[in-house]
Design a protein around this ligand. Structure first.
Ligand SMILES: *Cc1c(COP(=O)(O)O)cnc(C)c1O
Length: 391
C-alpha cells in the first residue's frame, strides 16, 4: 500500500473513513500543482481558480518558495519567539516596508484567524475598551474571537456563548456604523472587499468616513486583508487603492506562497506589555523563509501590475458572456465574483467537469481567485467554460 499508487477511490475511502471532516467535498484527489494548474491522481488537469482559497496567488510550486523552504528546512526549522532569528528579522523588515506607512511592527502567526485573535486581544489590551463593530456578510475566521466578529449565522450557530462585545452593521453604510459607536468601542473591523460574503467592494467615501470616525473617537481601525492582500486586487494591498492608513492590518492566505503564515501588523497606537500574548509556531524560520521568498517574487515581478492587467482581460472576456443567469459581475484586479440569479453549486461542479476549479462566495456567487501566473490561454479556457455552462 505504501509503494503502489492508490486510485482515486481508495484515497477517497481512506479520507472518508479517517478524517474528522468539516468540509463538503468535491470528488477529486489533487496530488500536484504548478503555477495556475493542478492535477488529480488520475492525471486530469485543472485551471485552479480556487488557488487554495486565495492562497496560491503566486502560483503552485513557485520556484522562489520551493528553493527558500528547501534551504531553510535543511538549516533551521524551528526557533521560538524568545530568541532572535535571521530569517525572521529579514521577513519583518520586508513586511513593514510593503505595508502602509502607519504600520510599524508585525506579530507573526500560522493562520488568518490567529492574526485576527491577536488584533482583537491586543486592541482590547492597548485601549482598555472592550467593544468591536464589524459588518454583516463579513468573514474573519473560525476561532472564538474571530468568529465573534463574523456575522454569518451558519458559522456561529451552536458555538455560543461567543465573545461578548461584538456588534454588526450593514457594509458600506456609514450612518449605521457611526450610530453603533459608543464610548466603549475599542475597534472597527473591516474587509476592504468582502471575500467570503460575495465580493462586495467598499466605497471610497465609506472607508474615508470610517477612518475619520476612528480618529475622532479614538477607535482602532482593523483592516482584514487576509484575502485581499498581496497583489490580489491589482495593488500590493486593497487599501492601497484608497490610500487608507489602518491602525492594524491582518494578513495570511497569499503571504507564504502556500505555506501557512499569518501576521497582525500594528501601528504605534497599539502598545502592550511583553508576556501578555504569544505563539509557539508563529514566525518559525520555515514560515518566514516562505513568506520572504513569496514577497520577493511579488516585488521582482511587480505581480500587482500583472494581476491588474490579467484582471482587466478576464473582466472583458466575462462581459462578453450573454446570459440571463448572471445578475452582476464584480471585481477588483484579479478577485472576481459572478453573481447568478440561482444557486451556484451545480455550476461549480459543471465547471470542474470542464477542467476549471472555482469557489462559491455565499449561495449565489461564483468566486474566482486565479493564480496570477495564469496564462492568457488558461484564462480563455476558464471564460469559455463559464460561457458554456451559463448559456
Ligand atoms: C480566510 C479568511 C480569514 C481566516 O483565515 P484562516 O487562515 O482560514 O484562519 C479571515 N478573514 C478573511 C477575510 C479571510 O478571507
Amino acid at each position: 500500500m505504501e509503494t503502489e499508487q492508490l486510485s482515486m477511490v481508495s484515497y477517497k475511502e481512506l479520507q472518508d473513513q479517517y478524517e474528522f471532516d468539516v468540509f463538503p467535498k468535491r470528488d477529486i484527489v489533487i496530488t500536484k500543482g504548478k503555477d495556475a494548474l493542478v492535477w488529480d491522481v488520475e492525471g486530469n488537469e485543472y485551471v485552479d481558480c480556487v488557488a487554495g482559497i486565495g492562497v496560491a496567488t503566486i502560483g503552485h510550486a513557485n520556484d522562489y518558495v520551493v528553493k527558500a523552504v528547501s534551504e531553510q528546512a535543511a538549516k533551521l526549522i524551528t526557533c521560538p519567539g524568545i530568541f532572535y532569528n535571521d530569517t525572521k528579522a529579514e521577513l519583518l523588515e520586508k513586511l513593514i516596508e510593503i505595508t502602509p506607512e502607519s504600520l510599524t511592527r508585525a506579530f507573526l502567526t500560522n493562520s488568518g484567524t490567529e492574526a485576527m485573535e491577536a488584533a482583537i486581544k491586543l486592541t482590547r489590551l492597548a485601549t482598555g475598551k472592550t467593544k468591536f463593530i464589524s459588518t454583516m456578510k463579513g468573514f474573519h475566521g473560525r476561532t472564538m474571537g474571530a468568529l465573534s466578529a463574523t456575522h454569518k449565522a451558519d458559522y456561529r450557530e451552536g458555538f455560543g456563548p461567543l465573545v461578548p462585545g461584538f456588534s454588526f452593521v450593514p457594509y458600506n453604510n456609514f450612518e449605521k456604523m457611526a450610530a453603533a459607536v459608543d464610548e466603549d468601542t475599542a475597534g472597527i473591523i473591516l474587509e476592504p472587499i468582502q471575500g467570503e460574503g460575495g465580493i462586495n467592494i467598499a466605497d471610497e467615501e465609506y472607508l474615508r468616513a470610517v477612518r475619520k470616525l476612528c480618529d475622532e473617537k479614538n477607535i482602532i481601525l482593523i483592516i482584514d486583508e487576509i484575502q485581499t492582500g498581496f497583489c490580489r486586487t491589482g495593488k500590493m494591498f486593497a487599501i492601497d487603492h484608497y490610500g487608507l492608513q489602518p491602525d492594524v492590518m491582518t494578513l495570511a492566505k497569499a503571504i507564504g506562497g502556500g505555506f501557512p503564515v499569518g501576521a497582525a501588523v500594528f501601528s504605534d497606537k497599539i502598545e502592550v506589555a511583553k508576556g501578555k500574548h504569544g505563539t509557539t509556531y508563529g514566525g518559525n524560520p520555515l514560515a518566514c523563509a516562505a513568506a520572504k521568498a513569496s514577497i520577493q517574487f511579488m516585488l521582482d515581478n511587480k505581480l500587482w501590475v500583472e494581476a491588474e492587467e490579467k484582471g482587466t482581460y478576464f473582466r472583458n472576456k466575462l462581459d462578453t458572456i450573454q446570459s440571463d443567469k448572471i445578475r452582476s459581475i464584480r471585481n477588483m484586479g484579479f478577485m472576481f465574483g459572478i453573481e447568478l440569479r440561482e444557486k451556484v453549486q451545480p455550476y461549480l461542479l459543471e465547471l470542474m467537469s470542464k477542467g476549471v476549479l472555482a469557489l462559491p462566495a455565499g449561495k449565489t456567487v461564483i468566486r474566482m481567485l486565479p493564480p496570477v501566473p495564469i496564462t492568457y490561454e488558461q484564462i480563455d479556457k476558464t471564460t469559455d467554460a463559464l460561457k458554456d455552462i451559463l448559456k
